[in-house]
Design a protein around this ligand. Structure first.
Ligand SMILES: *Cc1c(COP(=O)(O)O)cnc(C)c1O
Length: 424
């Protein structure tokens, strides 16, 4: 990295880093077959999800009719005009994902389902054999009884804990969520109301994760979801990239030389956005699309640009934002991460177009603007990608470009909390 951007990063000034070595080859960390396999597993569970979340568990904004956890892409022309952008602006509405209302509904739920399926098969359940039943069996007493002997644990500042806790409880697992004491109160209350155990830690969030990991390692009946290194989480997110290809085609947004596509991804540890980057590249290439016209960007808070640092220095998880004197605190709680995931970094470092940073006050400005222009309310983290089109304005930004900002969460934020955001 040349020193000017690094100085800006250190000073907390919004910065854009452009990847000098891009390749079209997806590293073998995950393959298209892996992602298709994950998609198929989610589809197998769809009848169960439709049934399980059609009653007292109905938590998501829209319910979950067909049992498929996915969201639409929508054009936001009034927001585009307000930002003074050329080209077109779209949002991926993961804020409306069923069950837990954030991008974490993809990876977190997928990992819990994977564990449940494996435990059931190990116990002699004849799943997959159509004559002997289907995944709706998971709603019945026998499998719930069996799964209740196991614990799913996770260390989380919020949305991941919510997704894992909700899904684990819906399957009958015991759920233990290790959280920092300053995590949002409404998330802790919701989890406790579902019968999850929430353990709070004063001070450093890293201690919550360490403690959770160590406790799980000592107990063979506990599965710990590891946000920094989980392949299952990564694959669950990658399914979003696979499915996006059809949505792009329907909307006429498949990237071409005349109409390049920029995808803007709010980034914490990188598992969510990284999985999407990998899945989207794999799926587009499989359709014969030249991914040179696809530009994926990681969007991070100025105080927590862990992926930008990992990429720009080439050091992956060997560097943390604290090494540059940044404190890592931000209103974007889903992105308040000091160190990137080695898995996400290594799988996408040659694929991404780059990374940029956004100030907290800009997140709030965009949050208000999106509410005023389009009536869409997101949580602060989810606005990071909406800063991208403006951040890239000085770079090549031909009028034919389409920008797709990933709206990563918001629909489960209580009204009182949202009112605070809108007034910030
Ligand atoms: C977790 C989260 C992200 C980022 O996902 P990572 O896998 O941590 O990179 C983005 N937005 C929201 C709302 C999140 O909760």
């Amino acid at each position: 990295m040349n020193s000017a951007p690094l100085d800006d990063v250190r000073a907390g000034i919004p910065t854009t880093w452009v990847n000098p070595r891009r390749s079209q080859d997806v590293p073998g960390v995950v393959t298209l077959d892996d992602v298709r396999d994950a998609d198929a597993r989610l589809r197998r569970f769809a009848p169960f999800l439709a049934e399980a979340f059609d009653g007292p568990w109905h938590l998501g904004p829209e319910g979950i009719e067909a049992g498929i956890i996915d969201s639409p892409i929508v054009e936001v022309p009034r927001m585009r005009a307000a930002l003074g952008l050329r080209g077109s602006l779209w949002l991926k509405r993961d804020d409306e994902l069923p069950i837990s209302g954030s991008i974490k509904a993809r990876g977190g739920i997928y990992e819990v389902l994977t564990v449940a399926e494996r435990l059931a098969l190990d116990a002699g359940w004849a799943g997959g054999d159509p004559s002997a039943g289907d995944h709706r069996d998971f709603a019945g007493p026998d499998l719930r009884e069996h799964l209740s002997r196991y614990t799913i644990a996770v260390g989380s500042t919020g949305n991941l804990g919510l997704s894992i806790g909700i899904m684990a409880r819906a399957l009958g697992f015991r759920a233990v969520i290790h959280m920092s004491a300053d995590a949002r109160q409404w998330k802790k209350e919701l989890l406790r109301s579902l019968g999850a155990e929430v353990i709070e830690y004063e001070g450093d969030y890293g201690i919550a994760v360490e403690t959770g990991r160590a406790q799980a390692a000592a107990d063979p009946h506990t599965h710990f979801v590891d946000d920094e290194s989980s392949r299952e989480l990564f694959l669950g997110y990658a399914v979003a990239g696979l499915r996006l290809v059809d949505q792009l085609e329907t909307a006429g947004l498949t990237p071409t030389a005349e109409h390049p596509l920029h995808v803007h991804l709010p980034c914490g540890v990188g598992g969510g956005p990284g999985g999407i980057v990998a899945g989207l590249h794999l799926a587009l290439r499989d359709r014969g699309v030249d991914t040179a016209h696809l530009h994926c960007w990681y969007a991070e808070p100025v105080q927590a640009p862990c992926m930008l640092l990992a990429l720009a220095t080439g050091r992956g998880d060997a560097i943390a934002v604290q090494d540059l004197g940044l404190h890592g605190r931000t209103v974007a709680d889903g992105l308040a991460v000091g160190r990137a995931s080695q898995l996400a970094w290594s799988a996408t470092k040659d694929l991404v177009a780059g990374a940029y940073t956004v100030r907290d006050d800009e997140l709030f400005r965009l949050l208000r603007l999106l509410d005023e222009t389009e009536g869409i309310r997101l949580e602060p983290s989810a606005l990071a990608g909406a800063a991208g089109p403006t951040a890239l304005r000085d770079l090549e930004n031909p009028s034919g470009a389409c920008h797709l900002a990933w709206a990563t969460g918001g629909s489960m934020v209580p009204d009182s909390e949202m009112a605070t955001y809108l007034a910030s």
